[in-house]
Design a protein around this ligand. Structure first.
Ligand SMILES: *Cc1c(COP(=O)(O)O)cnc(C)c1O
Length: 458
């Protein structure tokens, strides 16, 4: 068998519309060659993101009906708090409407213009929220993590020497928190090893610096630890998660990933005084501390989702399905980021389209071509998302990695969908020389990839 078959069956279906080439051409031109501007019902297989796109279980849907919408003290908050405390081990749990809001709250309290935040690689909203406070995000992933062909098993690891050097040169007072993203989304959904987390924790404790995990995909990371790291093969995911979080002082979490829900997030931490400051700000911008921008029913769905996501049959299927898609592509010679990450397959656009320079957005060109050809929506993670103008010279600076991310929603698509996606990409690969570069005609000052408009270069 190619991968573990689905450990669930389908009770409700959501029909998908198929479009023809001419319809897609009209839609993508109207969208300014930006797949974020497409109407979702013009898409056949939507791999834009694994965030908030999960299918909830019957148990989660049943939980929605038990929503207690009391303004304060909802019983669903109790369930939410209990399930997080038990799994994550932190003392204070603060609900937010999604992950970026947890980031915004935390950074509003901790950062100012003098501060620096190290991370393995900042996810785009994390980076933007650090910058929004005038502080500086610094990425310290190991060098192997930036090499798309390196097969290191824990490419999300932080370079400990770089971290020590930064702390020494900047001084620990300028670093109120070290973050670590598990799995490392912007680096390809690559896991971080338990050993690396333990070591980063030792360094931060020695310098009296807080250590927070960006825990969006903690369960997927724990599954990789179980699979790949010595000493964890016979431990349960729950045990591994408990150890992982024990090394940190807190976490930010988008429950739209490993919470298996469509909306929600939280902040968790041990420091009571910090939690108090965050809660006061929460009341101002999100809501009362027992709902934090969510309905009671949403809290219930998260509480139940967190129980389901650590199930090993689920994780074996989940990681296996992503790997299955990657293996189909690999067999046909399509250049991919190695090894396959937890939530997505990444096409290496620089190798896929060597004739398109980075100034013409090769990964975006491939993303647009994939929609035009097959109605599949992927997302660019390259020079459109991370390119920036040098403040002094005005010159464009390009990121190391130029990728197209095929993010797989949890429990949503079947293996036949994966096969369709693979065959469509293989077809494009055979015709890659006909794909042309793109030109940017509109960009916003921050997070430009969401609203950019582009045109074909003839
Ligand atoms: C999605 C994500 C976030 C932000 O969460 P939202 O719920 O989208 O606001 C932060 N960090 C990582 C690693 C993510 O994947």
């Amino acid at each position: 068998m190619d991968f573990p078959a689905e450990p669930f069956r389908i009770k409700v279906v959501e029909p998908l519309k198929k479009t023809n080439r001419a319809e897609r051409e009209a839609l993508i031109l109207r969208a300014g060659l930006n797949v974020f501007n497409l109407p979702a019902d013009g898409i056949y297989v939507d791999l834009l993101t694994d965030s908030g796109t999960s299918a909830m279980s019957d148990n989660q849907w049943a939980g929605l009906m038990l929503g207690d919408e009391s303004y304060a003290g909802s019983r669903n908050y109790q369930n939410f708090e209990n399930s997080i405390k038990e799994l994550f081990g932190f003392k204070h749990i603060i609900p937010t409407h999604q992950g970026r809001s947890a980031e915004h709250l935390l950074f509003s309290i901790l950062l100012d213009q003098k501060k620096i935040v190290p991370n393995n690689i900042h996810f785009d909203t994390t980076r933007a929220n650090v910058l929004h406070q005038g502080a500086k995000p610094v990425d310290l992933v190991i060098d192997e993590g930036l090499d798309p062909n390196h097969s290191h098993l824990f490419k999300g690891n932080m370079d400990l020497e770089k971290l020590e050097d930064l702390i020494t040169s900047a001084g620990p007072d300028r670093i109120p928190v070290v973050m670590m993203t598990v799995t490392n989304n912007s680096g390809g959904g690559q896991p971080v090893s338990m050993e690396n987390i333990r070591q980063v924790s030792e360094i931060t404790r020695r310098h009296n610096i807080r250590f927070f995990l960006d825990a969006c995909r903690f369960a997927e990371n724990c599954y990789f630890i179980k699979e790949r790291e010595e000493g964890y093969g016979s431990k349960s995911i729950r045990e591994i998660a408990k150890e992982l979080f024990s090394y940190a002082d807190g976490c930010t979490m988008s429950a739209k990933k490993d919470g298996l829900v469509n909306i929600g997030g939280f902040l968790a931490m041990n420091d009571a005084s910090l939690a108090g400051d965050v809660s006061n700000l929460l009341i101002l911008v999100e809501g009362f501390p027992t709902y934090g921008g969510l309905a009671g029913r949403d809290l219930e769905a998260i509480a139940r989702g967190l129980e389901e996501v650590v199930d090993e049959d689920y994780l074996a299927f989940r990681i296996g399905q992503v790997r299955y898609l990657a293996d189909l592509l690999k067999k046909a010679g399509v250049p991919l980021l190695q090894p396959t990450g937890g939530h997505a397959v990444y096409l290496n656009a620089r190798e896929f389209l060597p004739h398109i320079p980075q100034s013409q957005f090769p990964a975006q060109a491939l993303t647009v071509a994939l929609y035009r050809h097959a109605g599949i929506r992927a997302v660019e993670v390259g020079s459109l998302m991370f390119g920036e103008k040098d403040k002094d010279t005005g010159e464009e600076r390009y990121p190391e990695l130029e990728m197209v991310r095929l993010a797989i929603p949890r429990r949503v698509y079947t293996s036949m969908h994966m096969k369709y996606v693979a065959e469509s990409i293989v077809h494009l690969y055979q015709e890659r020389k006909s794909i042309k570069g793109l030109r940017l005609i509109y960009e916003a000052p921050i997070l430009r990839h969401f609203t950019a408009k582009l045109e074909d270069i003839d």
